[in-house]
Ligand binder design. Sequence first.
Ligand code: F6P
Length: 368
Amino acid sequence: MSSEKKIRKIGILTGGGDCPGLNAVIRGVTKPAFDFGLKVMGIFDGFEGLVEGKANELYDKDVSGILNRGGTILGSSNKGDPFHWPEMYDGEIKIVDRSQKALDNYNAWDLDAVIAIGGDGTMNIAQRLREMGMNIVGVPKTIDNDLQATDLTFGHDSAVFVVAEALDRLHTTASSHHRVMVIEVMGRYAGWIALNGGLAGGADIILIPEIPFEWQYVYDKVISRNMRGKRFSIICVAEGAKPLGEEMKIKEIDNKRTDAIRLGGIGEYVSNKISQETGLETRFTVLGHLQRGGIPTPFDRILSTKFGTSAIELVMERKFGRMVALKGDRIIDIDIRDAIAHQKLVEPDNQAVKAAKAVGVSFGTKYL
Ligand code: F6P
């Protein structure tokens, strides 16, 4: 039985949206793997490569010099769910199950395990493949930081760095032109990027999905700043933020994606409403994929290396169906099923929310 076999050959893939630190994990997995005498297959474009049979053996030269490189040398996809596989039939897209094909390729390549690096979508697929008999170990990634099972995901710190720098830049132009500047940041249904980026970049108002805002308090804040001689304001709004009683702004629904909903548009909406209701001049910026591109911060490089090296240890210990996670300053491992059970959202009494309020940041609600 394959589960009893000595570990000789593993596969590695990166699924879902990319983020800084993926290559550092790949390096963290493969370098020790070579020392253990393993062969490593790099599977291209996430689970898409597993279904379509796209993979190449990785060698030391492939994983040298990639610690600080953004993106992923393996490619990624958020449309490659084997259980939700889009295929064209008579000019129409049909969703079919191609999981058996994924398992066939796993067996054909003679893999003893796969290390899947990704967010909740990737971990869901990993768990289902595990139930079909694949030996899987998970490594959590997402700039959104919305996995309950781990204190932090790598990529988040790099995204927050980009947001903070963008806010620094917006400050100077906002103050020169006495404008209200609105910046829309990513994060899906969680407000971590807006909260941490807004706090680091000195935003005056932070709007997040977990705290629906009221327009009047947003207007009051920018007007009161103006009246106190602070003739500009910076608003950091999460793409999933919504006014009380309204829905999130959806940019597109694409059923080929693992998560069909693409959020977007709240920044422009907030900007327009403020200029209409207060008469102040506003501008909005959508930071978009700049938050996902470029080099990882040192923090993310370190976390990614710890995650990668811990993941390969789990494989060698045959601890399949597990995902590495950060708890305090330790890397632990947990059941992938627990990893995907809960989304981590910002609690209204979170320390960062309290600190932000204490320095005068408004969340568009009654109390500051
Ligand atoms: O989950 C990471 C993320 O960057 C979200 O913050 C964002 O909503 C989404 O992915 C964007 O996806 P895409 O790159 O497919 O537009």
